[in-house]
Design a protein around this ligand. Sequence first.
Ligand code: CA
Length: 219
Amino acid sequence: MRLLVVEDDDAIAVPLVEGLERAGYGVDRASSGAQALVRLGDADLVLLDLGLPDLDGADVCRHIRSVSKVPIIVVSARGDESDRVLGLELGADDYIVKPFGLRELIARVRAVSRRTNNEPDSIEIQRIGGLEIDRRSRRVTVDGREIALSPKEFDLLSLLGEDPGAVVSRHQIMDEVWDPHWYGPTKTLDVHVASLRKKLGDPAMIETVRSVGFRLRDS
Ligand code: CA
């Protein structure tokens, strides 16, 4: 799946493109409205900043919509309800406000692609060093060897893999992999992490961040 990131600000675009690539997406970047229209080409989804240096982001959005059905997520620096309504009126599929986290964005990208095409989530296989995560078939291989994971182990690895190197808190993991209203002890999480480390064959692949959570080693 190819994303086109339309963003003039390097400080935002550079880490964003890197993060999306690490998460397994193919990414093109346009740093102006004019470039966006030229690079629209084979994008499967457009992430469009409304504040562009050359053209009005709203016009760019309208123009893309007039020539293509490609899903568009509009990015705005303001959380105004009017901006949100404007974005959706222009034909955008979703709306996200700066500042936003990579994980939140990826969740939106997935939700929008699921809504807008009937095909399964077509993200390519994600590679982190020798580790490969295929979310479509829910298969994991290490150095080409498939490893059998339980559903929770897979969900846990997949969540950590969304942003390698970033710490995911215990609370967040319990929330997303187990139950959104988990208030009890989280020992089950440690048990799953231990089992996952063993199966991956390299305990250092999942790092414990004391009293915070866990992160997948970014290779
Ligand atoms: Ca901007």
